[in-house]
Design a protein around this ligand. Structure first.
Ligand SMILES: CC(C)(COP(=O)(O)OP(=O)(O)OC[C@H]1O[C@@H](n2cnc3c(N)ncnc32)[C@H](O)[C@@H]1OP(=O)(O)O)[C@@H](O)C(=O)NCCC(=O)NCCS
Length: 235
């Protein structure tokens, strides 16, 4: 490994480079690399992400690019927050029909994108989520949480392949109601990690936008580590 990017491979949608540290990726590095116009995503596989990937990305990569991190964890290395998971009246709500899951997924995605990150995401992302809802979600790999009768959390997992073409379970959405207090959040995280340990096969990943600080912190807290950065040109 080196702090200069080293070409690894090209696929239909990605061109991959290896680099020592996430910190070394910046606009200049991106601009100097061969990145054919017909390949939408420039990917950097790195071995060190430093202590604060959010700060590194904001320091080094301008608004001209969309940046998403891919985090990974081994099932055994997932960290369950210490708490009594019966605390705070947070419980697993029996997932209803798949349509209910789809509806909750799409309404929370839309709400978060419009209210928390207005203008950050292209319209294509919502279309992507609609496609995921229609074709990939399943009741078995969806977890609904409730506080009393109020739905207060959702986690969905889909099976995909990683950049080594290995099967991996991808946490493609996690949402916790904004109004939850800290004991409820910790209880929810506890239920989420226990559930993930039950349903994932071995490795698990997730894709998190560079601006989604809370989500980055959430996945770090439960044992995920960023290993890949995907860059897209904003049109
Ligand atoms: C991503 C998400 C599920 C993480 O939830 P979370 O782990 O409870 O973390 P949050 O940052 O929302 O928590 C709010 C506060 O509780 C604190 N907190 C949460 N869990 C904690 C824990 N286990 N220990 C100590 N503090 C904790 C956080 O530090 C934060 O405090 P702050 O506001 O002073 O920084 C939640 O932020 C969310 O629903 N976001 C919108 C949906 C989204 O973007 N999903 C990601 C796409 S996959």
């Amino acid at each position: 490994m080196t702090d200069r990017p080293v070409f690894w491979k090209t696929t239909e949608k990605n061109i991959y480079y290896r680099i020592e540290a996430l910190e070394a990726v910046c606009d200049r590095v991106i601009e100097e690399l061969p990145w054919p116009g017909n390949i939408p995503t420039l990917s950097f596989i790195f071995s060190s992400s430093g202590p604060d990937e959010y700060a590194a990305l904001h320091r080094n990569i301008s608004g001209r690019y969309g940046a998403r991190l891919v985090y990974f964890a081994e099932k055994e290395k997932l960290i369950t927050p210490k708490c009594a998971d019966t605390a705070a009246n947070i419980r697993i709500k029996k997932a209803g029909s798949l349509d209910e899951v789809r509806q909750l997924y799409l309404s929370t995605v839309l709400q978060v994108f419009n209210e928390e990150f207005p203008g950050e995401l292209p319209d294509s992302r919502m279309k992507f989520s609609e496609n995921v809802a229609r074709n990939y979600l399943s009741s078995e790999k969806s977890l609904c949480l409730a506080q009393g009768e109020r739905v207060s959390g959702l986690v969905t997992v889909v099976g995909i392949k990683d950049y080594l073409e290995r099967p991996v379970d991808c946490v493609n959405w996690v949402w916790l109601d904004k109004s939850l207090g800290l004991p409820e959040r910790i209880a929810a995280q506890c239920l989420i990690v226990k559930w993930l340990k039950q349903i994932v096969a071995q490795r698990v990943n997730c894709y998190i936008d560079s601006f989604n600080f809370r989500s980055q912190r959430f996945f770090r807290r439960i044992g995920f580590v960023p290993l890949c950065l995907n860059i897209e040109r904003k049109s």
